[in-house]
Design a protein around this ligand. Structure first.
Ligand SMILES: Nc1nc2c(ncn2[C@@H]2O[C@H](COP(=O)(O)OP(=O)(O)OP(=O)(O)O)[C@@H](O)[C@H]2O)c(=O)[nH]1
Ligand SMILES: [Mg+2]
Ligand SMILES: [Mg+2]
Length: 471
């Protein structure tokens, strides 16, 4: 977790402080940040996506002998702290939580592992134990001084950048040439919201300001009131669209075939199929290039329709899957760096408008693919990129098709359907369902199967042929 957070700080320069423990991390962006024009959905999705990607990438470094059994995913949300005092109270709240949880868990597992209690008994013993009682229990029964246990567990971890001196080279006379560099480092303190810790770090004072008073106790409800959690309009189709961040570069670094890479698109499809399987409320997925749209059914109550939860859950799961499945698809190609995706949620009130949305994505697929096919054919034939661009300026669809046919012998309409129409993923009824068990998810699995097709979803006939999708 700490190494992933470290990578996040190195990736996004606007993050000036972070604090984490257990399975959570908080990242503080500077007040003046213009990151993604402060669009909350983009900021929270990109960070959680990158964090997840790094987590899966780094797994084997930390657990060389343990297989990662399924793709982990994380939820994210935005907290707007209107003043430094609120940030301070927020941090105090999280560190208090770290302490309370860790102290409880330490007692619980001592009772179970060394005290011979069952989990139920341990729970009962700790039910009414106050903070002091727990410390005494640890001390008297197990000879443990709680305050002497590992700070990593008790205090959590702060990561922020400080200026360090790097030696860049040596002069002829052997004297070192130094340069100041901002480097992320790990810090711990009993009270991260206290003046003593905070005000002692020049970089925190500079980036965030100084704490004028100490902060010991906070009211969690007060802090929760700053959580940004808007809910999506009820009874509307929810579309979550994710899109690869800077995939222009990602495709170059990984030498994807231009303009379309069958394997890269296949990997996107595999991940989207897994998303459909994981989230039962998703009824339809449409993907092209580095993007995928996921349609959730109108009456979905997933995460009580909280936008940030739904977006982050899907984008994080997708990112996780992308890294996990990479080696299955690209057997000989190494993943050079962790990819990330952004995500957003949009509501569509009627079937008609939802179909318009999907048609818009498919038209986009067609236009881009036709253009890109011409563009790369021209480039491969020896034209420079700007010559190819000028050549294609203002040309209509028919002219492009003619160019492909006459100059390059390519009949556009015979190119693979996946390139021309994108990929649609949905469930269809099985012909011969084999009912084994009767819980809801297995009924769904035995009665329906997931299919990936490359078909025209603009025409009404597709929706008429599959009435159950939007039913
Ligand atoms: N060579 C190759 N490139 C691809 C393929 N699919 C997607 N890409 C690249 O991914 C880009 C996707 O476009 P965008 O999503 O608009 O741009 P981006 O570079 O990802 O930038 P942002 O989305 O704004 O972060 C394309 O322009 C291509 O450069 C592929 O199959 N082959
Ligand atoms: Mg992109
Ligand atoms: Mg894109």
């Amino acid at each position: 977790m700490n190494q992933c957070a470290m990578a996040v700080l190195e990736e996004y320069p606007d993050i000036v402080f972070s604090y984490g423990y257990g399975d959570e991390y908080s990242f503080v962006l500077k007040k003046t940040s213009k990151f993604y024009q402060r669009r909350s959905s983009k900021i929270s999705s990109v960070i959680v996506s990158f964090f997840t990607s790094v987590y899966v990438t780094k797994w084997k470094e930390f657990f060389p002998l343990k297989e990662l059994r399924y793709p982990p995913s994380f939820l994210s949300q935005i907290v707007c702290c209107a003043s430094l005092e609120i940030l301070q109270a927020y941090l105090a709240w999280r560190q208090r939580d770290c302490h309370v949880q860790n102290q409880y868990n330490t007692c619980f597992w001592e009772l179970v592992k060394k005290g011979g209690k069952t989990e139920m008994e341990a729970q009962e013993i700790l039910k009414y134990a106050k903070e002091q009682d727990r410390n005494e229990l640890l001390h008297q029964q197990f000879g443990i001084n709680y305050n002497g246990t590992l700070a990593l567990f008790r205090q959590g971890t702060c990561i922020f950048k400080t200026e360090v001196e790097d030696i860049v080279k040596y002069n002829e006379d052997g004297t070192p040439v130094k340069r100041l560099r901002r480097k992320a480092g790990i810090f711990r303190s009993e009270n991260i919201a206290g003046r003593r810790f905070w005000n002692a770090h020049a970089s925190l004072l500079k980036e965030l300001g100084n704490f004028s008073e100490d902060c010991f106790k906070t009211n969690p409800d007060y802090i929760r009131s700053f959580l940004f959690e808007s809910k999506l309009m009820p009874s509307t189709w929810i579309v979550i669209r994710i899109d690869g961040c800077h995939f222009h570069r990602f495709a170059d670094v990984h030498e994807f075939n231009k303009p379309n890479d069958k394997q890269a698109l296949g990997l996107m499809n595999l991940c989207a199929e897994a998303v459909l399987e994981e989230f039962h409320d998703i009824v339809f997925c449409y993907g092209v290039s580095d993007e995928y749209s996921f349609v959730l059914k109108k009456d979905s109550q997933l995460y009580q329709r909280r936008a940030s939860k739904i977006v982050s859950a899907i984008v994080s799961f997708f990112s996780s899957m992308y890294v996990m499945k990479w080696k299955d698809v690209f057997r000989k190609k190494e993943l050079k760096y962790p990819p990330s995706f952004d995500g957003r949620a949009v509501c569509y009130p009627s079937n008609e408008i939802l179909q318009d949305y999907l048609a818009w994505r498919q038209v986009d697929c067609h236009i881009n693919n036709q253009y890109n096919t011409c563009f790369w054919s021209l480039v491969k034939s020896g034209k420079s990129k700007s010559e190819a661009q000028n050549y294609l300026k203002g040309t209509q669809a028919r002219e492009k098709n003619e160019l492909l046919l006459k100059e390059f012998g390519i009949n556009y309409n015979t190119l693979p359907l996946m390139f021309r129409q994108g990929s649609s993923i949905f469930r269809v009824k099985r012909e011969n369902p084999t009912l084994l068990e009767n819980d809801a998810s297995s009924v769904e699995k035995t009665e329906t199967k997931i299919v990936t097709e490359h078909c025209n979803i603009i025409e009404q006939s597709f929706w008429e042929a599959h009435p159950s999708i939007l039913d």
